[in-house]
Design a protein around this ligand. Sequence first.
Ligand code: SF4
Length: 446
Amino acid sequence: MAELSQILLLGMDHSELTALVDSVGEPAYRAKQLLEAVYRQRVESIDEISTLSLELRLALAEKGVSIGLPRIEQRFVSQDGTVRYLIGLADGQSVETVWMPEGDGGEAGDGSEAGDEAESFSLGTSGAKALSEREATAALKRCATQKQGPDQPQDQDQGQDQGQKQYQSQAQAQGLDLKQNRRRKQGQNQGRSTICISSQVGCAVDCQFCLTALLGVKRNLTAGEIVGQVCVVLKDQKVSPPEDRINLVFMGMGEPFLNYDNFVKAVRLLVEEVGIAERRMTVSTAGIVPRIHDLGAEKIRPKLAISLNASNDELRTRLMPLNKKWNLEMLMAAAKAYPLRTREWITFEYVLMGGVNDGPENAREVAELLRGMKCKVNLIALNPGPGIEFTTPEAERVAAFQTVLREAGVPAFVRRPRGRDIYAACGQLKRTVEIATAAAPSIELL
Ligand code: SF4
């Protein structure tokens, strides 16, 4: 007997679902019902789709159709609320997906809209004195926590407290969009959670400071598996965009630009069907130059982040061997040619490693590389891990690096590590069940 071939709905777009329902003699509107069930309701089985007739559900099952939602194999919960998920795929492989709950107060420079708000606040407009990131974030937090509760005044204007007024006048002075300010007052800016998703099982890029690189690459994820990570995490966290404001970063395992077609299809599905706005997404590349050009031509695209990590070719080739193929000159040319949209910046990520790339001379070289570009730099002190030869830099060196960049006119932000205790921070994703079991103080097994 011929084996039933598996048809997975997750990953299919409207036209593919229309063809599928047509193949079982059903009208096109059934495709819309499937889209709604798969991407908005995030059902786990066809039986749960109550809008379909029993007959149609049986016909789909006979055809070998299933949803294809990946399963959560394990959860590792950090002291800071970050959750690292081990997500099981149909062929027995697994990837990691990280949930970073709200509470950052808008991490400046993280690529999220919340981060942009913090940045626009801390950077100010030309001529205005820039606030420190700490001051800006504190002001944002003051506002964000002032939701309209039953015991709070209904008249928002009357209900402003001193902190809010102070924030508002600062915001006006700094040119911050007052619509954003109003949204905060109305308590609509509470959800700032971020999901970090993987694009490949493992990674082939071999960055010397990254635990994922130690796995090598096993395979690309399908578009359905990329979207599926988001769907299972949303379901598990009981949140639902667009009502809940969710940011996505393609910064988990793998290099998205080495799985470009599936990545682009996943982005379209996440925007059009799951309901997450493209301005809330950021994709990070190690520097696959031709795909940077390709992304710039996409109609629907996340914001771009480039993992820089070195200030000259010699150092970058040592830390990121792909620099031999696409060196800094090529990378910077692609970044400078990248077509930015209104209010869009390129983010450069720079992992600081003690005594390796964290000196003031490195910072000066970075400032020179980025001169004249509409960009910002996220500084990330190396997240340590077994098998990685580099160390975390001293806090003073991180601060000094940031100062050199800022004095050179380059907006630079130090990223707060999230989930470091459970190996969920940047560069730490390695499906490290055994390592995490040894290291993590709080582990929740399913
Ligand atoms: S840093 Fe990113 S691109 Fe480099 S090896 Fe790790 S996962 Fe791959």
